[in-house]
Design a protein around this ligand. Structure first.
Ligand code: ADP
Length: 581
C-alpha cells in the first residue's frame, strides 16, 4: 500500500509540472476535452445498453415498426460514437505531443545545465543511458499516463452507471433456482463484482513479476545498443587491433542478457495469457449463465436478457480494467521508476556541486586566478592534489608538469568549475572568460566553420576570419572545405584536430587559456610554431599549459610542478629549466 501511494506521489510529481507550465492552458483544455469525450462515450454506452432491451424485445415480438425505429436510433448513436472515437484519439495525440515537447525540453534543460550531465556520469550509473530516458521514456510516460489515467476514469464511471442498471435489473429478474425465488438484492451486481475481482486478483498474482522483468528488458536492450554505438565510434581502433572477435564476444554476451530476460518474460507472459484468454472466453457466457434461470422461468424477456448480458459485460469490462492493461501498467511503472531515477540523479549531481565540502569558485575583483587551501579529491573522497597560496596573474605563461595520473587534468576540471569534489577556493576574476582545450578537442558534426567556432552561436564569427585562422594554424588545405559538413573528429588526424582546437582558441580569444597537452600530437617545430602564434595573437591571454616536453619551457615564464606529498600531490612553484636550444 505504501509502495502504491509512493508511486502515485511520483506520478503526480512527474506529471503535474506540465499542467502548471507556460503551456498549461492548451494542455488543460485538451485534457478537459479528452476527458469530456471519454465520459460522453460512457453515456452513449449506457444508451446503447437500454437500446438492447427494446431492440431484442422487438425482435422477439416480430414488431417491424419498433425494429425499424430502433435501428434508426442505433444509427444515430453509432454516428455520434464514431465522431467521438475519432476526436478522442486525435485530441489525445495532440495533448501527448505538447506534453512530451514540454517535458523533453525540461529534461534537456536539467541534464545539460551546469555540467550536470558530466557530474552524473562521475557519480556512477544511477542514471544509465540518459539518451533513452529523454528520447523514449518521456514518450512512454506521456502515452501510458494518458491511456491508463483516462482508462481508469472511464472504468470508474462505467462501473458506477452499470452497477445502477444491474441493480435495477436484479429486482426485475429475481434469482430463480430449482423452482424457488431467492431474494438477494442486486445479485447481478454481486455476481459481476465477485467474478471481476477474482480475475483481477489472480491476474495481479500471476503478472506482477513482469514489472521487474520489463524494467530489466529495457535496460539490457539499451545496454546492448550502447555497446554497439561504442563499437561504431571506435571502429578504427578495433580494426587496427583486430579486436573484432573480442567485440563480437562482448556484444553476444550483452545480447545474451537480452535473450535470457526475454525468455523469462515469455514464460511469465504465457502463464498470464493462459489466464487472461481463458477469462475473456468465460466472460462471454458467464452473464447468460447467471440470468438464464430467470429467463427460463419466464421472469425476463429476451430484451432483458440481452440488456443484462451487455450491462454485465460493461461492469466486468470496467472492473477488469487492470486485467487488460496489466502489461501496460507494468511497463508504465518501469518508466516511472526510470524517470524518477533520472530526476534523482540530476538532483544528486546538482547537490554534489553545492553541498559542502566542495571546491568553491569565487569571483574575484582583481585580475589573478588564486588557489586558496585547495584540496582536489576523487569522487570517492580520496585526496588527489593540494595547492595553497598560488596565483596566476594576467598575461602569465605557466607550464604545469607532473607525473601522469597525478591529477593535472583534474586540476583543470576544478579550475573550469566542473569538478566539485574537494574543498578550498579558486578565485577567478569576475567575468573572466576561461577556455579549456583538451588533448582531443570535440567538434560537433557541422560545417567546418561552425565546428571550429563551437560553442559560439552560428553567425558569431564570419567565415573569412575562421578561414584565415585555419590557414594560420597550418591547415591551408582545409580552408576550401570550410562550408563542408562532416564528422570532423572522425576524419581528421589528432594533430589536425589539435590545430583546429588552437584555431578555436584564437577565434574566441579567452582571458585564460588552459592547454591540456593540446599540442602533444604535433612535432616539436610545429608545436613551437603554434606557441609563437599564440604569443603573437593572444597577447592579453593568460596561458596555462600541461605538457611533458622540455622544449615547452621556452614558451612559458613560470613553472608549476606536482610533487608527491604523502597520499597526494602538492602543486608548487618551481624553477623553469629552459633547454639551451
Ligand atoms: P593527469 O592529467 O595528471 O594524467 P588525471 O587528472 O587525468 O591525471 O587523473 C588523476 C587521477 O584521477 C588518476 O588516477 C585517475 O585515474 C583519477 N580519475 C580521473 N577521473 C576520474 C573519475 N571520473 N573517477 C575516478 N577517478 C578519476
Amino acid at each position: 500500500m505504501q509502495g502504491f501511494i509512493a508511486t502515485l506521489v511520483t506520478i503526480w510529481r512527474l506529471a503535474s509540472p506540465y499542467f502548471r507550465s507556460e503551456d498549461r492552458w492548451p494542455g488543460r483544455a485538451l485534457l478537459a476535452a479528452v476527458i469530456t469525450i471519454e465520459l460522453s462515450i460512457v453515456g452513449i454506452t449506457v444508451l446503447l445498453n437500454q437500446w438492447n432491451n427494446r431492440f431484442y424485445n422487438a425482435l422477439q415480438e416480430r414488431n417491424w415498426d419498433t425494429f425499424v425505429s430502433e435501428l434508426l436510433f442505433f444509427c444515430v448513436l453509432a454516428t455520434i460514437l464514431i465522431v467521438l472515437a475519432v476526436y478522442q484519439l486525435y485530441l489525445n495525440q495532440w495533448l501527448q505531443i505538447r506534453w512530451r515537447r514540454w517535458m523533453t525540453n525540461a529534461y534537456l534543460g536539467d541534464w545539460l545545465s551546469d555540467a550536470n550531465h558530466y557530474r552524473m556520469q562521475l557519480l556512477g550509473d544511477a542514471a544509465d543511458n540518459p539518451d533513452q530516458r529523454i528520447a523514449e521514456d518521456i514518450h512512454l510516460f506521456v502515452d501510458r499516463t494518458l491511456t491508463i489515467g483516462i482508462g481508469f476514469l472511464s472504468a470508474i464511471v462505467t462501473l458506477g452507471s452499470f452497477v445502477v442498471i444491474l441493480w435495477g435489473l436484479s429486482s426485475l429478474a429475481p434469482l430463480h433456482l430449482f423452482g424457488t425465488d431467492f431474494n438477494i438484492p442486486g445479485y447481478l451486481v454481486w455476481a459481476a463484482l465477485i467474478y471481476a475481482l477474482a480475475g483481477t486478483a489472480l491476474t495481479h498474482l500471476i503478472g506482477w513479476p513482469l514489472v521487474g522483468l520489463n524494467f530489466n528488458q529495457q535496460r539490457y536492450e539499451a545496454d546492448f545498443r550502447f555497446n554497439l554505438v561504442r563499437v561504431r565510434e571506435n571502429s578504427e581502433q578495433i580494426a587496427l587491433l583486430a579486436g573484432e572477435q573480442a567485440e563480437h564476444d562482448r556484444l553476444r554476451e550483452r545480447f545474451g542478457r537480452v535473450v535470457s530476460n526475454w525468455l523469462a518474460i515469455m514464460t511469465r507472459q504465457k502463464k498470464l495469457t493462459f489466464f487472461t484468454a481463458g477469462y475473456t472466453q468465460t466472460s462471454i457466457v458467464f452473464p447468460f449463465i447467471v440470468v438464464s434461470p430467470a429467463y427460463f422461468a419466464g421472469a425476463v424477456q429476451l430484451g432483458g436478457l440481452m440488456q443484462t448480458a451487455s450491462a454485465f459485460g460493461s461492469v466486468q469490462g470496467a472492473l477488469s480494467f487492470f486485467i487488460n492493461v496489466y502489461r501496460t501498467i507494468a511497463e508504465w511503472r518501469a518508466v516511472i521508476e526510470r524517470l524518477a531515477g533520472f530526476g534523482q540523479a540530476v538532483a544528486d549531481a546538482q547537490a554534489v556541486a553545492v553541498e559542502p565540502p566542495v571546491v568553491e569558485i569565487a569571483a574575484g575583483d582583481g585580475a589573478v586566478i588564486a588557489l586558496k587551501e585547495l584540496a582536489v579529491r576523487l569522487p570517492n573522497g580520496l585526496p588527489l592534489v593540494n595547492a595553497n597560496d598560488l596565483e596566476v596573474a594576467a598575461g602569465d605563461r605557466v607550464l604545469l608538469t607532473g607525473p601522469s595520473g597525478a591529477g593535472k587534468s583534474t586540476l583543470f576540471r576544478a579550475l573550469a568549475g566542473i569538478w566539485p569534489f574537494g574543498s578550498g577556493t579558486i578565485v577567478v576574476p569576475k567575468n573572466a572568460r576561461l577556455m579549456m582545450l583538451p588533448q582531443r578537442p570535440y567538434f560537433p558534426v557541422a560545417r567546418l566553420a561552425a565546428a571550429v567556432a563551437y560553442p559560439a552561436e552560428p553567425g558569431t564569427y564570419d567565415s573569412a576570419r575562421v578561414a584565415e585562422l585555419i590557414a594560420a594554424v597550418g591547415l591551408p588545405g582545409l580552408v576550401a572545405r570550410i562550408e563542408e559538413e562532416a564528422h570532423w573528429n572522425r576524419i581528421l588526424s589528432l594533430g589536425e584536430q589539435q590545430r583546429l582546437g588552437i584555431a578555436r582558441a584564437l577565434l574566441h580569444a579567452p582571458d585564460y587559456l588552459f592547454l591540456d597537452e593540446s599540442t602533444a600530437s604535433l612535432d616539436e617545430p610545429a608545436e613551437a610554431a603554434i606557441y609563437k602564434l599564440l604569443e603573437q595573437r593572444l597577447k592579453g591571454t593568460t596561458i596555462i599549459s600541461i605538457g611533458h616536453r622540455s622544449t615547452l619551457a621556452a614558451f612559458h615564464r613560470r613553472h608549476f610542478a606536482l610533487e608527491r606529498e604523502g597520499d597526494h600531490y602538492r602543486l608548487c612553484e618551481s624553477q623553469l629549466e629552459k633547454s639551451s636550444g
